[in-house]
Design a protein around this ligand. Structure first.
Ligand code: ZN
Length: 141
């Protein structure tokens, strides 16, 4: 979307804020998942599945999106390490209207968190056709 170098640069700026200020870092994992799910072609074949399951855990199951804040559910690590292979899934529709550019200009950590959560919900909705699959993965862990 919008020139990948431009997106990447904006994304790196957002990540830097999260790493340097815990108030921004509170929603760090959403920024990573939402960005990856809007740039699936630039990542590995199982990247979409991994990030969609984690975004599901955050949006629907109340998992913490903070840096280092997600307690891994039983079975999560094996899944990530490939004992249970994740499928290749792809988006067949628009990745949603909210992008990293919309969150980059937040004037405060509170506004940043609100914008990032809205971004995460928007991306989650865009992946609607895979919702049941992602919920099943988490319920089966
Ligand atoms: Zn982009």
């Amino acid at each position: 979307m919008g020139g990948e170098n431009g997106c990447r640069r904006i994304f790196e700026g957002v990540l830097a804020k999260g790493y340097s200020d815990p108030a921004f870092g509170k929603v760090h994992l959403i920024t990573v998942d939402a960005y990856a799910l809007q740039h699936g072609d630039a990542h590995g074949p199982q990247s979409n599945a991994y990030h969609l399951v984690r975004l599901c855990a955050i949006v629907e199951f109340g998992a913490s999106p903070a840096i280092g804040g997600t307690r891994e559910p039983q079975g999560w690590r094996e899944m990530l390490e490939g004992d249970r292979r994740l499928p290749e899934i792809h988006l067949t529709r628009s990745p949603g209207p909210v992008t990293v550019a919309d969150v980059a200009g937040a004037a405060s950590a509170v506004e940043h968190a609100d914008l990032v959560r809205a971004w995460g919900r928007s991306v989650w909705l865009a992946w609607e056709e895979w919702h049941d699959w992602a919920r099943r993965v988490l319920n089966d862990l």
